[in-house]
Design a binder for this molecule. Structure first.
Ligand SMILES: C[S@@+](CC[C@H](N)C(=O)[O-])C[C@H]1O[C@@H](n2cnc3c(N)ncnc32)[C@H](O)[C@@H]1O
Length: 226
C-alpha cells in the first residue's frame, strides 16, 4: 500500500487536524468550479441531476454550501454565491451565514442533501460527520449519486480511501475529484501528494467524462461509475 509504514496513522491524523485548523478560514473550492461540475453532470445525465451529494475533507464546510446552493438552490442562490465570494489565497464568503441557510442534516439524508465528512472536530456542522473518510459507515454503501473530494492527496492509504469513496457512490454515479496537477512532495500533511493522474484514475474504474489540468486550485476530473 502507498504510504503504509512511512508514518503511523496517529501521526498522520494529528498532522491533518493541525493543518486544517491553521488554514480553517479558507476553502479551495470556488463557485465557478462547482458551476462547471454541474454543467458537465447536467449534460452527461441528460438534465437528470440527482443527489444526495457527499463531500470528503470539508474543512470549514463552505464547499457544502456551494454544492447545495448551486445544485439544488435555484438561479437566485447561485447568483448570490457568486457575488458573495472573495478570493484571497483561496476562497471565502462575505456572507457565510447567508450561504449556510438551508443546510442539510447528516441524520436525514434525501435526494437533495449535500453532506460531508471531516476529521478536524472544528469542522463540525449539522451537515458534517466527524470521522476519517477511509472508514465510512456500512449503511452508506451506494447511497450517494455524486461524491466530491479534493483531498485524495491527503489520504493515508489512497487505495483504501478511494475504495471507500467508490463504495458509497451509487452505480452510474459521478466521482468528482480535485488533485494536484503535478505530483507534489510527500509529507505527513500531504502523504499521497506524489500520486499521478494515471494512478488516481486506476482507483476509480469508469468513464472519464471531464478532465481539466488547470482548475481553480487543482486539476479536476469527473468519472462516471459503471
Ligand atoms: C486541503 S484541505 C481541503 C479542505 C476543503 N476541501 C477545501 O477545499 O478547502 C484537506 C481537509 O481534509 C481533511 N482530512 C484530511 N484527512 C482526512 C481524513 N482521513 N478524513 C477526513 N478528513 C480528512 C483535513 O482535516 C482538511 O480539512
Amino acid at each position: 500500500m502507498h504510504n503504509l509504514g512511512k508514518f503511523s496513522k496517529e501521526e498522520y491524523l494529528a498532522a491533518q487536524i493541525e493543518a486544517s485548523k491553521r488554514k480553517f478560514r479558507f476553502c479551495k473550492v470556488s463557485t465557478r468550479c462547482v458551476a462547471r461540475f454541474k454543467e458537465v453532470i447536467y449534460k452527461s445525465s441528460g438534465g437528470n441531476i440527482r443527489g444526495p451529494i457527499l463531500c470528503l475533507g470539508t474543512r470549514n464546510g463552505r464547499e457544502l454550501d456551494i454544492f447545495r446552493n448551486l445544485f439544488f438552490g435555484g438561479r437566485l442562490k447561485a447568483i448570490l454565491m457568486r457575488l458573495s465570494e472573495k478570493e484571497q489565497y483561496a476562497f471565502s464568503s462575505r456572507f457565510p451565514w447567508l450561504e449556510s441557510m438551508g443546510m442539510s442534516d447528516v441524520a436525514k439524508i434525501d435526494e437533495r442533501s449535500v453532506v460531508g465528512v471531516e476529521i478536524n472536530p472544528d469542522g463540525r456542522r449539522k451537515d458534517v460527520r466527524i470521522c476519517s473518510f477511509d472508514e465510512m459507515p456500512k449503511e452508506r454503501e451506494g447511497k450517494f449519486n455524486i461524491v466530491y473530494s479534493n483531498t485524495l492527496d491527503h489520504a493515508y492509504a489512497p487505495e483504501i480511501a478511494a475504495k471507500e469513496w467508490y463504495r458509497v457512490l451509487a452505480p452510474g454515479g459521478y466521482m468528482v475529484l480535485g488533485f494536484p496537477g503535478e505530483p507534489v512532495k510527500v509529507t505527513t500533511a500531504n502523504p499521497s501528494g506524489d500520486l499521478t493522474f494515471q494512478q488516481i484514475k486506476s482507483f476509480f474504474p469508469g468513464k472519464l467524462i471531464y478532465y481539466n489540468k488547470y482548475g481553480n486550485c487543482f486539476a479536476d476530473a469527473i468519472i462516471k461509475k459503471s
